[in-house]
Write a protein that binds this ligand. Structure first.
Ligand code: AMP
Length: 535
């Protein structure tokens, strides 16, 4: 996907000429010269179309775009290419300007590290690195590299204090390490905006190091994305074993005389080895081609992604799920409506809400069908009757917790929900999506809000549906009762999944919640592999 399209807007009609900054003073003056947010694109120079895409993605009305060019010594190991890394400041300034940067900052070593030689300050360190994130991919091959990346990023962010930092998905492990280890990102002092890999015509990612390849080496390098393409084709053909997929890539590259550091299938979020593809995984590769070490990766999908959203009523779950599904081109599976449909049917049949013969018979003969309208809205039919609206009636709302607590009902509906999950492509909402129905979902979210906030939302929702809400205090009691039933039922009680993300929605808008979930999703599946919109 085009990162530019992803971000909407661009600048106004007049734009001041781009500024070149060197010293910290110059930087500080530039930062202080105007109000408004700074969007920051940190680079090591050798700018190419990949970097330019980051710069374009950083451009927003009212924001100023700062690009830094700093070849960071602390992220290079002994024998790596620190001294030969491409350095072309004039070309960099020209490329940054053409992409719309407002300023380019070329800090010297002491501007970043406070000493001309980083070895002069032995006490220097960066934020702690979570060791599990460097057990795979480049971690074992580049000892000290990610520590150096964290160190420099912490220093750059402290100086610049940007609102947004734009980085490439090309360096997936770097992005993942920064997100999980750099306080600026996980404490959300600034927003990290990831941009899809920009590739040359033959599929090779743009990289500063490509400029060091001879024409013959450059042709060889194109085997990198081709090998990854072979693995993706094997997945299409049903292959799921990591060892086979990794070997496929490795053999192709070995045969062409490329020295492969690794070809490894990992979980995209935890970066742990993934022995068997089940859902989404990342196949990462690093090879040496002549003087350059090149990286590429490909997301492999054995089915479309699944997002599981759980949480009590009144947390904005339905609205959030609907909007998120539309943004990501996924189907909205409202499993609450399925339980409501069964409750509606039992009420229609004047059937007691309990286990037994009658319930067995009802479930055996019941035909529950889901369909999706043009705008992604779920249409639910039970025994041929469209009950999409009827399932929202207050008497159904009052009955559904007891119906959902019946183990037989849950079994039948869970089975049907899992059938939908085989192909994936869902955002499913309910109360046991992440814990029981889709434990392998790529993203599991638990939405919460205080009972008072939920009562307010429920009242507003009822008013909007033309119903008269009871007093807020009554709604709060109903909500607490429903929570108690949901959380204490024996079958799959309502609770966050162990590896789920809890999102409190008090005081934040629906849009903000959807943004957050979209962000969480893309920490697990890149924008390149799953662009917004159509699938
Ligand atoms: P570097 O100068 O190599 O440190 O890269 C600076 C930033 O540009 C990092 O966030 C990279 O992930 C990003 N980047 C480099 N190459 C590409 C590319 N081909 N596509 C997208 N982003 C890239």
């Amino acid at each position: 996907m085009d990162g530019h399209a992803m971000l909407g807007k661009v600048d106004g009609p007049t734009k001041a000429p781009m500024v070149i900054l060197h010293s910290n003073n110059e930087l500080d003056q530039w930062l202080a010269a105007a109000a408004g947010p700074v969007h920051f694109v940190p680079t090591m120079g050798g700018l190419h179309r990949g970097h330019q895409q980051l710069i374009r993605a950083a451009r927003r009305a009212g924001a100023r775009v700062l690009v830094s060019v700093f070849v960071n010594p602390t992220q290079f190991g002994a024998g790596e290419d620190f001294t030969t890394y491409p350095r072309h400041p004039d070309g960099d300034a020209q490329q940054a300007g053409a992409a719309g940067a407002d300023a380019v900052w070329f800090p010297a070593m002491d501007h970043v590290y406070g000493a001309a030689n980083p070895g002069d300050n032995p006490g220097r360190s960066g934020p702690p690195l979570k060791p599990f994130l460097i057990r795979t991919l480049c971690g074992p091959w580049r000892p000290g590299h990610f520590e150096g990346v964290l160190m420099v990023m912490e220093r750059l962010l402290e100086r610049v204090q940007p609102a947004v930092v734009v980085m490439g998905e090309k360096d997936w492990q770097q992005l993942t390490v920064l997100r999980q280890c750099l306080p600026a990102f996980y404490e959300q002092r600034c927003r990290l905006l990831p941009v899809p890999v920009v590739r040359e015509e033959d599929g090779l990612p743009y990289s500063s190091r490509n400029s060091r390849l001879s024409p013959a080496q450059r042709r060889q390098a194109a085997l990198l994305p081709q090998g990854l393409g072979d693995a993706a084709a094997a997945v299409q053909g049903g292959e799921r074993r990591a060892a086979v997929l990794e070997q496929l890539v490795r053999r192709r590259l070995d045969a062409a005389g490329l020295a492969v550091d690794y070809a490894q299938l990992v979980d995209p979020l935890t970066l742990q080895p993934c022995p068997h593809l089940d859902g989404v995984a990342l196949l990462g590769v690093a090879v040496h081609v002549g003087p350059a070490r090149l990286l590429d990766h490909r997301f492999l999908l054995s089915r479309k992604p699944i997002i599981a959203i759980d949480g009590p009523a009144g947390t904005g779950k339905s609205t959030v799920t609907r909007l998120l599904a539309a943004r990501l081109g996924l189907l909205h599976l409202d499993t609450g409506a399925m339980y409501r449909a069964v409750a509606w049917l039992m009420l229609e049949n004047r059937q007691p809400i309990r286990s037994g013969e009658a319930l067995q018979q009802l479930l055996e003969t019941m035909e529950l069908r889901l369909a999706w309208g043009d705008h992604g809205q779920q249409v639910i039919r039970i025994n041929g009757v469209d009950v999409s609206d009827a399932v929202r009636l207050p008497r159904v709302t009052a009955t559904v917790p007891r119906v959902a607590a019946l183990p037989e009902v849950r079994q039948v509906l869970t089975r049907q929900q899992r059938m939908f999950g085989r192909q994936g492509g869902l955002v499913s909402e309910g109360r046991d999506m992440g814990t029981a129905v889709f434990p392998h979902a790529e993203l599991k979210v638990y939405l919460t809000a205080t009972a008072a906030e939920r009562a307010r939302r429920r009242a507003a929702d009822m008013t909007q549906r033309g119903q008269t809400p009871p007093p807020l205090a009554t709604l709060e009691v109903q909500i607490a009762e429903r929570d108690h039933l949901d959380c204490t039922r024996t079958e799959a009680p309502l609770r966050p999944a162990e590896d789920g993300v809890v999102v409190a929605t008090d005081g934040i808008s629906v849009e903000q919640v959807v943004d957050k979930l979209e962000d969480l999703f893309h920490q697990r599946l890149s924008h390149e592999a799953w662009p917004a919109g159509h699938h």
